[in-house]
Design a protein around this ligand. Structure first.
Ligand code: GUN
Ligand code: ZN
Length: 441
């Protein structure tokens, strides 16, 4: 082992090895009060993890161990399962629900991504902001322009960040300047797959925006892509807003429901990630469960657009389990912070009368999302052999949090305080592929 390539950090560590929605918490939780993690910057993997007293004596004296101290908590880097990087410049656009919000704000802003320089500028702001928030990986929409895909993958490569992204395909119900066709969508997606998929850490994602903006012809083209690339991720939206669900019924009168539209084109499968899914019926949830498709839970967006509140516990039913990932859904979402996303997720769960603990929430933002995206073998856990993507939290990031933490009686309460009160200020450092890419100091 070349010690020059090793980075080592020390502090309390929280990770999960199984899903606490389905198993006893004691069989899921990994918590070490004083641990060391050794990362190899060459392979980008975690090479050692254990109690400090066991690891320190095994380390070459030349390796400097950065100690974050007792007020820190080291967690797997947060993963955002659903986000639109081009919407960075329009976060906090007032007053509309989904369809008007798309027409009046989103479709205007996305036209600017024809200009590659603009796309690069936004990609840089977006990724830097993610890293400031301890988000080390994301599944992001681009725009209809292939250069917007180049921009995010090129920028992510600078940080060696694992980004999953794809060109948005849409050939109706949007401004002319944002439309492709079935054939162009197929050809441009294929060219981008050949250019980017598997290059470094980049993963391509087949990306029909949502059923209302694709003709049946274009959905056929998406089916062809999906069939040609059976292991590739797919991302789109489903059942976010009541008016949207009614519109899909009008556009596809033959289909049983919204999910059935996608299922006809083989788009509901493992590694397909559906934004929102708030209003899915029992029949549709059965289809999600049978196929292994995932729902991306984006509570800040759902409250912001007045879409509703997903009942995560209903999806996490052991009789028909559905994968759930956490997402910010910026720019409808209102925060890059996964802590703030967990905060709003708790309120969504309360509105459903089905709350879950802070430990469940931290699971969802890490391993839960990694598993939902079919990346659980690489991301979402602090463990030997996993990708070395890590966030270091400061548990006393503001005066009120510092004060409140004095009264935290256990780990669960400490985490609940963090997810309720903390935000980007709580991230003291972010590591990607074993290297420090952000430090608060
Ligand atoms: N449905 C289709 N496109 C979008 C989008 O950009 N944001 C959200 N929240 N929902 C969508
Ligand atoms: Zn979205």
């Amino acid at each position: 082992m070349n010690t020059n390539k090793l980075t080592a950090i020390r502090g309390a560590v929280l990770s999960f090895k199984a899903d606490p929605f389905f198993h006893d918490m004691k069989d899921c939780l990994v918590y070490k009060e004083d641990a060391v993690i050794v990362m190899d910057t060459e392979t980008a993997k975690i090479v050692k993890f254990g109690d400090a007293k066991d690891i320190i004596p095994t380390l070459d004296k030349q390796i400097e161990v950065k100690n974050y101290g007792k007020d820190s908590l080291i967690v797997p880097g947060f993963i955002d399962s659903h986000v639109h990087y081009p919407q960075t410049e329009m976060i906090a656009a007032y007053g509309e629900q989904l369809i008007d919000w798309l027409n009046n704000y989103t479709f205007i802003v996305e036209q600017g991504f024809k200009n590659k320089e603009h796309a690069k500028e936004v990609a840089e702001v977006f990724l830097k902001e993610q890293l400031r928030n301890g988000v080390t990986s994301a599944t992001t929409y681009c725009t209809v322009f292939p250069q917007s895909v180049d921009a995010i993958f090129e920028t992510a490569a600078k940080y060696n960040m694992k980004i999953m992204a794809g060109k948005v395909c849409m050939d109706r119900n949007a401004p002319e300047a944002l439309l492709d066709t079935a054939q162009i969508a197929y050809d441009e997606s294929t060219a981008l797959i050949n250019k980017w998929h598997g290059k470094g850490r980049a993963e391509y994602v087949i990306t029909p925006r949502f059923a209302p903006t694709s003709t049946p012809d274009q959905l056929e083209a998406m089916k062809a892509l999906a069939d040609e690339h059976p292991d590739m991720m797919i991302q789109t939206h489903v059942s976010e807003n009541i008016n949207e669900v009614a519109w899909v019924k009008e556009l596809f009168p033959q289909s049983k429901d919204y999910t059935d539209v996608y299922a006809k084109y083989n788009l509901v499968r493992r590694r397909a990630v559906y934004g929102h899914g708030i209003h899915l019926t029992e029949r549709e949830l059965d289809v999600f469960s049978e196929t292994g498709a995932a729902v991306a839970h984006c509570p800040t967006s759902n409250f912001f657009l007045g879409s509703g509140y997903l009942n995560v516990r209903k999806l996490k039913d052991e009789k028909r389990p559905v994968h759930v990932g956490m997402g910010t859904d910026l720019g409808a979402g209102t925060s890059f912070s996964m802590l703030q996303t967990m905060n709003e997720a708790y309120k969504a769960a309360q509105m459903n009368g089905k709350p879950y603990t802070s430990l469940h929430a931290f699971f969802l933002a890490g391993k839960g999302t990694a598993d939902a995206l079919g990346l659980g073998d690489k991301l979402g856990q602090i463990k030997e052999g996993m990708d070395a993507d890590i966030a270091v939290l400061n548990l006393k990031s503001t005066p009120i949090i510092e004060y409140r933490m004095k009264y935290a009686k256990d780990l669960e309460e400490a985490l609940f305080i963090q997810m309720t009160l903390a935000d980007d200020r709580a991230v003291s450092a972010t590591y990607v592929a074993g290297k420090e890419v952000y430090s608060a100091k």
